[in-house]
Each structure stands twice: as structure tokens, then as C-alpha cells.
Write a protein that binds this ligand. Structure first.
Ligand SMILES: Cc1cc2nc3c(=O)[nH]c(=O)nc-3n(C[C@H](O)[C@H](O)[C@H](O)COP(=O)(O)OP(=O)(O)OC[C@H]3O[C@@H](n4cnc5c(N)ncnc54)[C@H](O)[C@@H]3O)c2cc1C
Length: 514
């Protein structure tokens, strides 16, 4: 298959990028499952932008930099914050129905570590509304097509240029090369590497693994954001249900099972402290009390406001037998967002000609050691637009078609794959979670190194398919997380190591995996 522009991923980054490509170019978007099987589709809180009368670019920049703990790139943060209102208005013009207040202005929500109300949202279904709208606009565009159930396996590169992607076609079970002049990796995060995660099953870090296999730089993989509040259920779900921070923004308070609030002990902002502080506080309290969950008490929010502002959370909790207008929500932390990823410049360029990366799979320098809530949808639109404009202005006519994809012919039993996947997810949850210890991380390193050896032997025998590809990517991404985590001998932002409980100025720099 030939196309001009090949986009891997149908979340906000891939779709917004596609819509920004001039329509004289053919754009093909491939996606691992259905079009809306994305993290984007599950985003609840919203997208951050300065619209409030008491707000300013300076404050949004300050909040982002403070949370990033010395590792955010100021110039790029400034660029993103200044572009935010224009691009949020553009999403609105594309048809995204954001919630409005009684005066017809955006109803601005408040989230942790934001000093002002600046979260533009569509009730608590912001991601779903954005995803639905962008898919609709893409389907109307004559030059863009979406190909579902098509898995990107590996990049086709030669002499520092990317010429396309090897893909697995789930309907024909064939490996096919798609050749293109511009390739965008917009494959999202890697939450599925952890046992408890808010990410959908497609989030196995594939773009990062593909890039790494081609020697492209990957950075800051140790900074995994654990969302403090996912719904606790007796048997962990494939994807944990998120209780948005906006609930705490509206007045929800974290308490122990006995009803006692505990966050004031840890931070002056109490339940609205930055996510890493809240996640660690919950982990500590759970360790001390041996409870399985803490509570989020919504009794200060009226039942009417709960139903109007959080219809999705209200209904989902009801389906688990919890009426949040009357009782508290049992919560635990879950892996949520990857701050690190493929190193790119402010145009999403990876350094390999023709190859770009945007959205959660990329590391453009916004989040540093921690992500400010609702900055990731924003980052995706700002840098995807830039990448689209830059990539077509540097388009090359060169084509190259590799002949063979190296693989074997054995089918690896799916039970064996599932078992190995579960092993990695549990290992990462236990040893590279909210609180880390050097000896445990070293154990995890040994275990994943031996898994990597096994998989490289199997690779020569196994036929490529979606499950196998997920597994080998998960092992590689887990190793990248461990390697970056072991390099950073301090605690900063999301990376908390009990052996080094302080920040060390020598580590005020990105961790590049080597
Ligand atoms: C529950 C939840 C709530 C969130 N709430 C917010 C919020 O309120 N505000 C905010 O700013 N951020 C939020 N986030 C984070 C934000 O949603 C994501 O960072 C953002 O949507 C990522 O967009 P993306 O386009 O990079 O990736 P995604 O939306 O995850 O899309 C990735 C795409 O890549 C495809 N893909 C992956 N691998 C392959 C492959 N090998 N071959 C083909 N296709 C592939 C997937 O199928 C998918 O289509 C939330 C995240 C979650 C999980």
C-alpha cells in the first residue's frame, strides 16, 4: 500500500494532525482496534487553557513549570500555553460541544495544582466528545481514510530516513508494508504495562518500542503518573475506571475508611495537592492501615451538581452498586500517564527524516518530572498542528520498499502470551510503582532482561500478530522504564525512590535511555 502521509493512531494526536495536512495529500490513519479505542476517548477532566478573567499565560506557565520540577522546557511550555485558547476555540468550531456557563462562556473547571479555574470540558466526557467530533470531521475529509484493526509492527528505515511501516493486517493475518513520505507515530501511552491502569488495552507503548528498535532516542521513562483516584473494585478490571480530579476540584475530600480526612498531613492544598503527592499519600496510608482503598467523600457537593457535572462517574459508580450522591467512592491509585517517550523537537521531529511523533508517545519537554492535569490533550493539539505543517513543508519524494519482514512461522499460544503479559504487569506494579526501592528495581531489571532474551529467541520462530507484538513491545518498554528509573538516583516528581528521598540538583536534566 502507498500513501503520502501515514498516521499510526486515531486518538487526538493522530486525528488532529491528519486534519491539519493539506488535502492535496492522501492521509492514511491506521489504528490497532476500532477508531475510538484510544485514551483520548476516556479523558474526563478536560483541556487546560487561559480564558478566566483572573487568569493569565504567566500563571498557566508557572503552574506547568512548578509541577514539572525543573525538567520542563520553558520555551515549549510558553509556546503551548499561548496557543491554547486559539486551539480550544478551533476544537469548538470543529463541533466539540464544550460545557458553557449561564453567560455562554466556557464553564471553567478547577483541577489539582492549577492556581486558577482553566479546565475547558464537556461535562465529564470531554475526551469522548472530542474523539467523536474529530472522527466525524476526518470521515468527511475526502483525502483521509481510517484503517481499523491494522497494527504497526516496525518502522522501515534506511540511511536515517523512514520510508513506511510494517503492519499486521488482522483480517488477512498478513504482514504488509505501507510506504509513505511522512510518518507520524501517535500511538499514545503505555499504561497497560501496569496491573492497574486507567489506559485502554491498546496502550502498550508500541510507538516507543518501534522507535527504540531503530535507535531513536527515548527519554524520561521513569516518570509514570499514577492517578490517585481510580474506582476500587474487588477484581481489577482490564481498564480501571477513573474518578476525575475535577471531583476533588468541586469539593470532594479524601478520607480513610473511618471517614477521617488525611491529606492535610501531606500538603497545604489537601485533597487538591499535585497528583504525585496524593498518590503517594494514599499508598502510604494504605500500607499503614492495611486497607484496600481510601474513600472520596462527595458529601459537600449537592446531588444535583453531582448528576449535572459528573453524569458518567455517577452512572458508572451506580452500575457498581455505589450511589455517589449518598455514599463515598472507594478509590485506589492506577497507572495513568507516561510523561516520557520518543524525544522530539517543537515540530514533533524525531531526527529520522520523514518520521514524527506527537501526543503521549512523544517527549517534547512539556511535562518534565510530572504532568499538570489537562495539559496532555492540549499538548497533543498544539504539537500535532506544528508537526503537520512542518512535515509537509519538508516532504521528500524518495521511496524505498524493503522486501522482507524477518519473522518465523510458529504461532505462539495465546495463553502463554497472556501469562507473560500478566507477569510483566504484576512485576511493574510491585517494583516500579508509586514508591520504589533500588534493590526491587534491580530485581525487576534482572527479570525483564531474562524475558527479553526469551522473546528475542521466540521472535525468530513466531509469526507476528497483535498479541505477540504487544508482548514484545511491553517487555522493551518495561526495560526502558526500569533503565531510566535506575539512572535517576534521587526522588523528583513522579519518581519516588525510598533509598534517595531527596531531590539532587545534579539530576536536574532529562534521563536519556542508553
Ligand atoms: C481515563 C483517562 C482520563 C484522562 N483524562 C484527561 C484529561 O481530562 N485531560 C487531559 O489533558 N488528558 C487526560 N488524559 C490523558 C489523555 O487522554 C491522553 O494523554 C491523550 O488522549 C493521548 O492522546 P494520543 O492521541 O497521544 O493517544 P491515544 O488517544 O491513546 O491514541 C493512541 C492510538 O494509537 C493506536 N495504536 C497504538 N499502538 C498501535 C499500533 N501498534 N498500531 C496501530 N495503532 C496503534 C491506538 O489504537 C489509538 O488509536 C486521560 C487519560 C485517561 C486514560
Amino acid at each position: 500500500m502507498d500513501t503520502d502521509v501515514l498516521v499510526v493512531g486515531s486518538g487526538i494526536a493522530g486525528l488532529f494532525f491528519s486534519l491539519k495536512i493539506p488535502d492535496k495529500y492522501r492521509v492514511t490513519v491506521i489504528t490497532k482496534k476500532g477508531s475510538n479505542d484510544t485514551s483520548t476517548n476516556f479523558a474526563q477532566g478536560g483541556i487546560a487553557a487561559v480564558f478566566g478573567k483572573d487568569d493569565s499565560f504567566k500563571l498557566h506557565i508557572q503552574d506547568t513549570m512548578r509541577v514539572g520540577q525543573g525538567l520542563s522546557n520553558r520555551q515549549r511550555v510558553e509556546l503551548m500555553v499561548r496557543e491554547a485558547p486559539r486551539l480550544v476555540n478551533e476544537l469548538h468550531d470543529l463541533g466539540v460541544e464544550f460545557s458553557l456557563d449561564e453567560n455562554g462562556n466556557y464553564d471553567l473547571g478547577r483541577e489539582a495544582a492549577h492556581s486558577r479555574r482553566r479546565i475547558v470540558h464537556a461535562k465529564d466526557l470531554t475526551g469522548e466528545v472530542i474523539e467523536r467530533t474529530l472522527i466525524a470531521r476526518v470521515l468527511e475529509s475526502k483525502n483521509i481514510e481510517i484503517v481499523e484493526d491494522r497494527v504497526a509492527l516496525d518502522l522501515g528505515t534506511l540511511n536515517n530516513r523512514c520510508f513506511g511501516i510494517w503492519t499486521f493486517n488482522s483480517s488477512s493475518s498478513a504482514v504488509e508494508f505501507i510506504s509513505a513520505k511522512v510518518i507520524l507515530l501517535a500511538t499514545g501511552g503505555a499504561g497497560q504495562i501496569y496491573l492497574h491502569t486507567t489506559n485502554p488495552t491498546v496502550s502498550t507503548g508500541d510507538g516507543i518500542a518501534m522507535a527504540k528498535r531503530c535507535g531513536i532516542k527515548v527519554a524520561n521513562m521513569e516518570f509514570i503518573q499514577f492517578h490517585p483516584t481510580s474506582l476500587w473494585v474487588e477484581h481489577p478490571l482490564e481498564r480501571a475506571f477513573l474518578i476525575s480530579e475535577a471531583v476533588r476540584g468541586e469539593g470532594g475530600v479524601l478520607t480513610l475508611k473511618n471517614g477521617k480526612p488525611f491529606m492535610e498531613k501531606y500538603h497545604q492544598l489537601g485533597s487538591l495537592a499535585p497528583r504525585d503527592v496524593v498518590a503517594r499519600a494514599i499508598a502510604r496510608e494504605l500500607k499503614e492501615t492495611c486497607d484496600k482503598y481510601v474513600y472520596l467523600d462527595l458529601s459537600r457537593i449537592s446531588a444535583r451538581r453531582i448528576k449535572e457535572r459528573f453524569p458518567n462517574i455517577h452512572n458508572t459508580c451506580l452500575s457498581h452498586g455505589i450511589d455517589i450522591t449518598k455514599e463515598p467512592i472507594p478509590c485506589v491509585p492506577a497507572a495513568h500517564y507516561l510523561c516520557g517517550g520518543i524525544v522530539v523537537d517543537e515540530n514533533g521531529f524525531t531526527g529520522v527524516n520523514g518520521l514524527y511523533a506527537t501526543g503521549e508517545t512523544s517527549c517534547v519537554g512539556i511535562h518534565g518530572a510530572n504532568r499538570l492535569a489537562s495539559n496532555s490533550l492540549l499538548e497533543s493539539v498544539v504539537f500535532s498542528e506544528r508537526a503537520a505543517y512542518y512535515s509537509v513543508s519538508n516532504i521528500s519524494k524518495e521511496r524505498y520498499r524493503p522486501v522482507n519482514y524477518t519473522a518465523g512461522e510458529e504461532t505462539m499460544p495465546s495463553e502463554k502470551i497472556e501469562l507473560m503479559k500478566h507477569g510483566i504487569r504484576k512485576l511493574m506494579w510491585d517494583k516500579l510503582g508509586v514508591m520504589r526501592k533500588v534493590d526491587e528495581m534491580k530485581n525487576a531489571e534482572r527479570e525483564t532482561n531474562s524475558l527479553a532474551k526469551k522473546i528475542s529467541l521466540l521472535e525468530k520462530e513466531a509469526t507476528p500478530n497483535t498479541d505477540f507484538s504487544n508482548l514484545r513491545n511491553m517487555i522493551l518498554v518495561a526495560r526502558l522504564i526500569i533503565s531510566c528509573a535506575l539512572q535517576r538516583r534521587e526522588s523528583r516528581g513522579l519518581h519516588w525512590v525510598e533509598d534517595y528521598p531527596y531531590k539532587d540538583p545534579n539530576y536536574e536534566k532529562d534521563t536519556i535511555d542508553n
